[in-house]
Design a protein around this ligand. Sequence first.
Ligand code: COA
Length: 375
Amino acid sequence: MHKVAITGTGIFTPQETITNAELVASYNDYATRQNAAHAGEIEAGTRAAMPMSSEEFIVKASGIESRYVMDKAGILDPETMHPRLTERADEDISIMAEIALDAAKKAMDEAGLTAADIDAVICAASNHERAYPAIAIEVQEALGIKGFAFDMNVACSSATFGIQAAADMIRSGSARAILMVNPEITSGHQEWRDRDCHFIFGDVCTAVILQRLDDATSKNAYEILSTRCLTEFSNNIRNNNGFLRRTREGHMEDRRDMQFRQEGRKVFKQVVPMVAELMLNHLADEGIAPKDLSRLWLHQANKGMNDMIGAKVMGREPTRDEQPNVLQEFANTSSAGSIIAFSRHSADLPAGSLGVICSFGAGYSAGSVIVRKVA
Ligand code: COA
């Protein structure tokens, strides 16, 4: 068995941002228009008035202050309320592959690898813009990588599950170096017309290079000591869109369940203990005491969730340095969140430092990756 290391990461960040103030103004404009359009029904009591959103609620409930998006104008237009992305010809690079290439090149630079050194590509994300051919194969082709590629989806845990899949392949020898990309255009499946969730998501793409530890030359390499993945079925985060849509009467209409929806409170209550237990059991089985951890790079969904998970794992409140959050700037970027935290906050630790990359989300799904700084 070969030892495996993460030797490079990269982040593609869209150029446009939406602040909470801009988001709330647009949503409230939309809700006011809807209420005016349906004033008769609301007065007759046959329809509920749409409630207004508030910046104060968003920051207090989630810790999110802003988000990056691929198309701000469409999302903020009260007559549209979703991103408008131009359709591309089959011959042109698709948008998910395009943002993946940007992140991939940054990760390859950090690892000091060229396409010739890589022999597999995994595209791990919450949604893929088409059924086939795989986005990963398009990325592979665009970079000139030989070998094989595939897409996978475990919602917000896609990246940690992707790391486990890649690490297992490198350990056993079926690949020597693997590029994993996480293009998350969450604005496409977010419901911007629902105040309960309109503030949650943002767009981004992350990339990770994994390779044999023996081959690593990166100045920021982390050995993967162990990975652990866990799933438990739940309908509390769900999106019913899929390839059978047109076979079902009424499903081609503008239906709420074709976008992201969740029972946020239940998710919060059920996922926090599940994730803390996964991490604590994983650490115990590897003989690592929580007090020996220098950093937790957690999934970035909600500051309150991260505070609770961090406290349960460390046995005390972690410092900001021990548990860096990026969600105030990026919002929830699904599978990319813990990788952004890792990418931005891993270079400063000294050799020998231990940490855990952990993600969690729909499924339910949760992944824990224990790493040790090499150089
Ligand atoms: N502005 C103002 N008020 C709002 C609002 C908004 N944008 N959205 C909801 N509210 C209201 C609700 O209607 C509710 O009102 P009520 O008490 O009169 O019924 C109240 O605020 C509390 O709403 P609730 O949804 O219970 O808030 P919460 O404290 O649970 O926070 C989440 C909501 C989504 C931030 C939180 O549940 C969460 O983060 N859950 C984790 C799940 C997650 O993020 N999953 C993503 C995939 S991993």
